[in-house]
Design a protein around this ligand. Sequence first.
Ligand code: GLC
Length: 484
Amino acid sequence: MPPLPNSNAPQPIRDVLDSIEQQFELSDEKLREITAHFVKMYQLGLQHGHEPMAMIPTFVTAVPDGSETGTFMAVDLGGTNFRVCEVTLEGNHKFSLKQKKFKVTEDLKTGPVTNLFDYMATCVGEFLEELGTVPEEEALHMGLTFSFPVEQTALGAGRLITWTKGFSATGAVGNDVVQLFQDSLDKKRINTKCCALVNDTVGTLLTRGYLTGSCFLGAIFGTGTNGAYVEDMAAIPKLKKKDAKHHDKMVINTEWGAFDNARHVLPLTRWDNALDRISINPRYQAYEKLISGMYLGEIARNILIYLIDLPPVPGSNPPQYYLFKGHSSKKMNTQYGFDSELLSKIKEDSTPGAIRQLLVEEMGFVTYQISDLDAEIVAWVCDKVASRSAALSACAVAATLIQCRYVQLGGEPGEKSADTLELGVDGSLVEFYPGFEQTMRKALRAIIGDKMEKTVKVRMAKDGSGVGAALCALVAVKSEAKLS
Ligand code: GLC
């Protein structure tokens, strides 16, 4: 597709946009190359500990079937909000949920971790008080959804490997996050027992399983990106025999955001490299930085700044700049100043008037600085960044289908077959970016063929974190009962 089909952009501007376009293009061959490398990294991560793609065994050994019942507390830390919920699993694929959201400030994200967990414990106390549930004798059982890479040692214990998504609280890496949270709950005398630890992807997988009866992959495309799927125990050589006894399957939290940190196949541009270089975790989460909501706005901002900075077209008189007559704004000059939410808003309404209004109201530009062509270029840039994200997302989905032996690269059938395969998803990007799924599907067809793509049903698992944590708390309670 030529850039800016509806505009009369002068040739020098078209040339620059063409060169950007080329760098964002993903041929079918490239998509397949990335997917093949993805499968290799999956297998490497299943073999050894300490690989960048961590492939974490979660100690969840089955996907629920919808018959589960019980009432549990669930808490969820993973991004801008901390959520506390009371989840009632009603059986028959139904649940109800009461919840309250609390804001997590930058200070809590980056200060001592005890402040963060103490705050979380206070929120739990506040929620219980509002609910009128004051646990007296028996502690309430609670599942913790903690959406960061955690090396699990049991269903209810795990050490933080590293922070992601802008968190850097001190004193957490290497420590058991359940214990840290329990210490804070105990200190504040909140009579709850945190008995299960889940990643949000696992929650999504379990919730979709609960709602539909099956699910092959739970994936998040939100502030971060990641996926969890069910693996054969025999295909996880790094798991010690004693951990594997009595079970033949285990859910794996892939931590695919770290795919290709070594930069072998990802199509990184100068604007991605600029983002990475000044991020708080340079050279980490390479795949996530091309895909997820935390970063897309920043990539778009880097491209827009590049266009603003270009010297005027040689020989033009009056000087012809490439964007905004060479102007910028304070917000535009600020790291992460261009919120990824703007990409969704611009996609929803790409008329010059709407874009101009957004740029004035949210980015501090002055109306006269923005021509119709500038607005068109902004929409085009945002679309390039978001479309690449959706297409690259397909590589992870395809790699999981290949790893689970449903299909081979290119579309040849695999050893296993299914009429439909449920893909549970959650996250702001997949929920709010118009056309995200369609673009992902187009790329999926290029990688694994039309037939396989059609068997994949993409469905939202809203509130997956809460329900997933409750389901794991249920498993933990049941196995506690068995032991005693
Ligand atoms: C980041 C985290 C991962 C989480 C994902 C989505 O990639 O490392 O654990 O699942 O974000 O929230």
